[in-house]
Ligand binder design. Sequence first.
Ligand SMILES: Cc1ncc(COP(=O)(O)O)c(C=O)c1O
Length: 376
Amino acid sequence: MIKTWSYIEEYKVLRKKILGSIDRTLKSGQIFFGKELQKFEKRFIKKNNFKYGLAVGSGTDALYISLLGLGIRSGDEVITVSNTAIPTVSSIISTGANVKFVDIDRYYLLDVNKIKKCISKKTKAIIPVHLYGQSCDMEKICKIAKKYKLKIIEDCAQAQGAKFKNKFVGSFGDVGCFSFYPTKILGAYGDGGFVSTNSIKLYKKMKRIRFYGIEQNNKKNKYDNKYYANEHGTNSRISEIQSSILNLKLSHVNSWIKQRRKLAKIYTHELKDTSLKLPVENIDCKHVFHLYVVYHPKRDKIIKKLEEKNIHVNINYPFPIHKMKAYRNKALNKSNYLPITEKMANGIFSLPLYPKLKVSEVLKISKILRKILLKI
Ligand SMILES: Cc1ncc(COP(=O)(O)O)c(C=O)c1O
């Protein structure tokens, strides 16, 4: 059985080191906000060329904390895409703001030419989602945001290490939001997330929000301030154990991204000239291939045949958010406004891709897929 993703092979390689670091961390007696977290935050900031950053409980929390930090609230409007993971949108709705969806382009990403139509007096922010591991056109998005005074929150959950014009995602907008969910480019063995920013003021605010609104490390009034909320916050942190695992894995991320790109290139080579629509890497981007997403109008038949051959694929995502019961009444756009998103949702599927997937497995999947495509 070839799965879309597996951490077992990776764990086998890192097992000794991971168990050692868990043991060391537990012996230190520090559960939260200790040396491992400090070290991880510092290294993640440096690696991605951010000025400031904070680890938080999940990618979902990262988005929610960013929106709160930027003052997004009830009555405001936020622009994003419907072809994304649920949390991109649920975090907007959690603040009380409304969402306006923009259609996608040939890269499956927010179509920058359709943003302006969605802007109203109530629009406060835009969330470009660097979906599948490729950056949106951040140059154009930044230009529009500047002109209309919109905040930018980059959803980098699937794109850690991706670049636009040689600059890392997460460093263009007001905030960048990352996820360390286990399947991600850098995954913990549990939940985790990160917010990056170049603003010290926003950094400090988000730091309070992640810890019940309390000003941490306030030396002046240590005892007075320890249980005193300066503003409304939440609880969103990652443990020392998860931080120590992330510290370990961070050293491998570059080689894992290299391997993902290598495997993606093999798929592209092996599947060219078939009826599949293959992913396109924008020449301004460095794609990190969190997912290798292809499109075919006869997707369901293809998936069935692949499963008969013990090859498991995934669909990211079968339902656009604006079609879901929870959100269909929340979108502010009029009907029939996302034709490409809707068409793609009916035909996209993600082939197995993770750093420990073997080249021989990619070749095998491609060969089987080619045979299936000839017959349908
Ligand atoms: C595009 C996108 N945004 C946000 C998230 C939320 O991340 P998390 O699962 O860590 O809460 C995810 C994760 O699935 C995602 O893929």
